[in-house]
Structures are given as C-alpha cells and as structure tokens.
Design a protein around this ligand. Sequence first.
Ligand code: GLC
Length: 621
Amino acid sequence: MAATETVLRVPLGSLSQSCYLTSFFVNSTPNLSFKPVSRTKRVLRCSNSHEFARVPNSGVRGEGSFHSSDCALKGKKLVCKCQKHDVEENIRSTLLPPSDGLGCELKSDLDEKPLPVNGSVSSNGNVQSAGTKSIEDEAWDLLRQSVVFYCGNPIGTIAANDPNSTSVLNYDQVFIRDFIPSGIAFLLKGEYDIVRNFILYTLQLQSWEKTMDCHSPGQGLMPASFKVKTVPLDGDDSMTEEVLDPDFGEAAIGRVAPVDSGLWWIILLRAYGKCTGDLSVQERVDVQTGIKMILKLCLADGFDMFPTLLVTDGSCMIDRRMGIHGHPLEIQALFYSALVCAREMLTPEDGSDDLIRALNNRLVALNFHIREYYWLDLKKINEIYRYQTEEYSYDAVNKFNIYPDQIPSWLVDFMPNRGGYLIGNLQPAHMDFRFFSLGNLWSIVGSLASNEQSHAILDFIEAKWAELVADMPFKICYPAMEGEEWRIITGSDPKNTPWSYHNGGAWPTLLWQLTVASIKMGRPEIAEKAVELAERRIALDKWPEYYDTKRARFIGKQARLYQTWSIAGYLVAKLLLANPAAAKFLTSEEDSDLTNAFSCMISANPRRTRGPKKTQQPFIV
Ligand code: GLC
C-alpha cells in the first residue's frame, strides 16, 4: 500500500464549536490535502484559534468564537490546536462538567472532587445519599463529572473517576463499551449532543491505521478506548493541541482486540436514531460506510465451520484471559444484535446487495446455531448425559462430539427444574457450561434467544437469585474457576482469583442490561428487585466497579471506586423502570422471516428428526 500521510484541513471561519463539529463531519472530504510523509501512519490535524478564553456553550449552534479551525490526522491521533490562553480552560474541559447539564458552560472549580457519599435510607423509604440528595441525583452529578470534552465538546465519559486511586492505568480513558450506559442515560435524559459527538468522533478513529509489531488489524475495527490529551504544538510555543489518542488493543493489557466495540457502536447508533427521531446521523455517507466496514470485518470469510464469530480470549467486557476464546456467547449476542440494528439502518444503494444478502444469511444461521446448540436446561443436560460419541456422519446427534463426562458436577444440582440458559461457548468437543450474564441478557434484548428461551433465562435468574445476585447485582459469570482450573485457564491471574473480578465477581453495571431484558419480557419486577438491592449499598460503597466473594459481600479487591458504568448502569435502570416504553430503543423483536427460516432448519435438524431424511424446504430471506 502506498505510504502516505493524510492531512485534512477544515477552515471553518467564525463558527461555533458545534458548527465546527457539524461541518467537519458533514463534509466527508472538505479541503482534503494528502501529502506523503511516513511509511505507515496517517495524520489528521485539527487546529482551532479561539478568541475568547471561555469554552463556548456547546449546545448552542452559532454562538462561540472560533475564528479559524482546521483539523488533521496526525500520527494515530486526532488533533485540535488551541491558543495558549485556552490551555487551562481546555485541560479543565477534558474532565470537568458543565454547571447545569451538558451543552452548558464549564465549571471553573478545578478542585472539584466526587461528592462525599453517605448513603442512608430516609424515613420515607427513599434511598438517599448525603443530606437531601437522592442516590439518583448523586449519580447524575457523578456522571456529569466524568464527562470528557474535546475542543469544548462533550464526547464521552472516563471509565472511573476515583480520586484515591494510586494507579490510574487506562481508567482515565473513554472506553467504547463503558460509554454505552452513559450514552443511553444521556439519551433518556434528552441530552443528545454527547452521544452524537461520541458516535461521530469514534467513527473517525475507526479508519485509523493501526499496527502492532508491524501487523495491522482489520479496517473496520473500533478502538477499545481513547484519551483526550493536551500537548504543546510543535514549533509554536503559544499553542497547544488537543489530541484524541485511540487504543485498538496495541497498548491494552494483553493486547486484546476489542471485538465488541464496533458492535456496541452500531447498537448505540440505532438507539440514538430511535430515541431522538433524528435519522440524519445514521443516514450520513460516512456513518453508512462505518457500519459497512464493521460488517465487512465481521462477515469476512474465514476457516470457520460455524456462523458464530471466532475471537480470541478477552475480546469483550471480559478483557483478560478467562478461557472464553472461540465463540463466546457475549460476542455472539452483540454480533446478532448489531446485525439486526445494521439491517434496519443500512440505506439501500448500488453494490450493497451482496452485503445485505450475507448479513441475512448470517442472521438465520446464527439464530439457529445459538438456539439449538447453546441452549441448556435439565432436559438438554440429560440428553448430553446420554450422548453417543464419535459419530461420523452428516446426521450425527452429537455434532460437536461432546463427551458426557464434561458435564461438571456443580451443574447437575444447580440447574433448576424450571428455566435454562445459553452456555458460554461451544467448540469441537467442548461446551463451556458456565453462565455468562451479559451474553444471556443481551440474547433476550436482541431476540437471539426465542421468546420461550428468554422467559426461561429469566426463570433461571429468579431461581438462582442467591447465586447470581445475592448481595449485589450481578455476577458476571457463574461459577468461578478454582484451583488447577483457575491456574491453567487464567494463567494464574491474581486479579481473576475465584469469586473476584471477571471470575465470578459481581458487576453493578449489568443492572441496565438486566433491566432492558426484564422489561422486554414484561417482567420488570425482576429488575426492580435488583435495583432495590443495589441501592442499599452502591452509593455508600462509592460506586465500585465490581464486588467479590460468592455472595458479593465485599467491594472488589482491586475495584475502582466511582466507576462510571456502575453509576450509568444504575441510572439507566432507574430511568427505564420509570419509563419502560423507552426500552424499545434498545430491544429488537423477533423477525418473522427469520422465524420461518429458522423453523425450516429445525425440522431439518437430525437431533429432532432421526430417521429417514425429509426433503429440505428452501427458504427465502
Ligand atoms: C476492565 C473491564 C472492561 C472495562 C474496563 C474499563 O478492563 O474488564 O470491561 O471496559 O475495565 O472500565
């Protein structure tokens, strides 16, 4: 490939920051100049000269004071140039909240810390934090304090805002997956700018050239996280640049590629359109291209025999080695949901027929595969228990050659008579029988699980409340790996010790997915119970990232406090329970075309129809 540096200049005249953003993204090729510079990197430079020291109101178009503004890709960063007198304001602007909501003036108090938290149950039964503030109000304050600004515009929320943490690691970055509940909370509150900005800026990051030790991952990859940096401008002492610095996994612990980022991005984009009624963002050419790039990456042919997405360990919320390489449920649930959302948003155009066909075929096959082979309940366990093995044939019942001895002893007593769930992973001769919450909950939300299965998953959660929720919702997976298994599968990871962190820890952020799922199935009381439980301690405990022990009794060993997605997850749960109809922005209903295609496949499946083969019915999607 030609070695070029791309310089994108966008002079915007005297436009406000908001106008600048709009113009920048609306014109996908404004004043582009390409000049060869380095062998592997592309550069986007964005510079602004501000006239006023104050960052303008980002919510009001036409106001503000930017006399010149140009943008450029630089290295692997998005750069925004500012004059020296704006430095202090811009450093603040990367972390401090507007005084009265987004799109308002920035606070000037640089020393602002998260509020002191003294949660207690008030006499009227409402859970309150310090003084008169309700937990919800406190959560909103904290969420606003986590907002990150880029050139004065809100573009995301940092992962954690823990003032006492000694090692920040990458928790000061905007994680794509962590922002989803923040974005939804803002959408539900009617504050749309931050979500729109997030969608459009991360889209710009998608096309970065990224490399790890000379290898470039696929073009549609979205970063795991990004950071806004303010750096001195080369050769001009009076100026600084704001830089968006993405991490595609090349700096992440373990160098894991964030497969879920692009999928969440599509899901949020669709929620934005549904919630605001503004379809102009999803219809933009650059956004349509972004969707297609993600789809192409996910739908690319490989060596795989299964319709599920093949990924490495740690490519999703569980971003460390936890034995979830292969076809983990979480990725499949997000993949399916993103395909459904993308199908809704793609505008028909010449040349996209093949992509749409591939997408439809994949939806049918994935739906069938998960519902048939990932489903587990008492009946299915008994079936596996009696499996024959080594069946060489096209109509094998035990297609994946699962040895019955794999059924773990904990499962036999654990599975309730009523209910079931989708297993964590399926590979040749391997079923991961662990229960993974996010995958199961999002399978309900996106209708990857059938209606019957969705209810059964909720039945299972209710039956196993003491194990999956106990003192704090919600276990990320169940059960924990211990002893030799932990040593071999996690590589003796001291963070993922039994019943801690990803290995059976409880993550309050999962409250929002539980809420969407239970509202979708008409069973909001499940989420209400979980929220009530969380409210007893979450603010008191300073909004931890996760809890440890079997019953989630301790704040996690290395858990951050004031973890943004714990705060936002709680807020989304509260907002949705107050307005259940809004859950529709996130859910997808069963598609009748898919159901028809699915039933054709079911009736052709040898597990259901041993014996002489019936003629296979063709289906049209
Ligand atoms: C941890 C979590 C990951 C999250 C990140 C930032 O690495 O495993 O899911 O995105 O922290 O909060």
